[in-house]
Design a protein around this ligand. Sequence first.
Ligand code: DC
Length: 219
Amino acid sequence: MIIAVDGPAGAGKSTVSKILAQRLGFLYIDTGAMYRALTLKALEDNTDLKDEEKVIELVSSISIDLINNPDGSLKVLLDGRDVSRLIREPRITKSVSDIAKIKGVREKMLILQRGLGLKNNAVLDGRDIGTVVFPNADKKFYIDANFKERVRRRYKELKEMGQEVTEEDIDKDLRNRDTIDSTRKIAPLRKADDAVLIDTTDMTIEEVANKMFEIIDNG
Ligand code: DC
């Protein structure tokens, strides 16, 4: 069984997807983390991010593994190295949307993500899961929240991770990523016609997870 969870940054997708996967005993696949791991590799190798050929070469040469820890958290391995924290740094967040808009990169990620999903019952979260990666997913959700609330949540999350950020930085980053992610030519962020829209602005994470669980349970 495949559950697709799409939506913009900061809407609460990854938190609820993790909860859902844990409750259902499914694999949690954070597809954004895969684009982030590639971005980290490109920055570490001083690859010119505008050189699409080079970035595409890079994506074919690395291995990305997602390990679900028993406590529900996610470990991201880049060529066997734990990069779970590094990929959340602002320098990665700033560049990831530019990497994710490259056609050859998305083609490679699509193969990896489908491979993972076909081998497991899985909850996948991202931008194009219900539209492109798994258009026949058993259940599709589109998780959204108003812009101000998304900024507030992302700010709180990064502060809790110990990052020195301001709400202004987050506002700028989300605006920029929303624009790139939803206007790119390949697989832009869009609600699938058959996805259930959940506006989480005034909901707690538990309420969102319960609602999704109910919808899945009722077929
Ligand atoms: O969910 P996130 O913020 O970790 O995702 C990071 C970036 O990766 C996001 O700005 C766009 C890109 N992404 C994508 O293009 N397609 C996906 N399925 C997941 C993420």
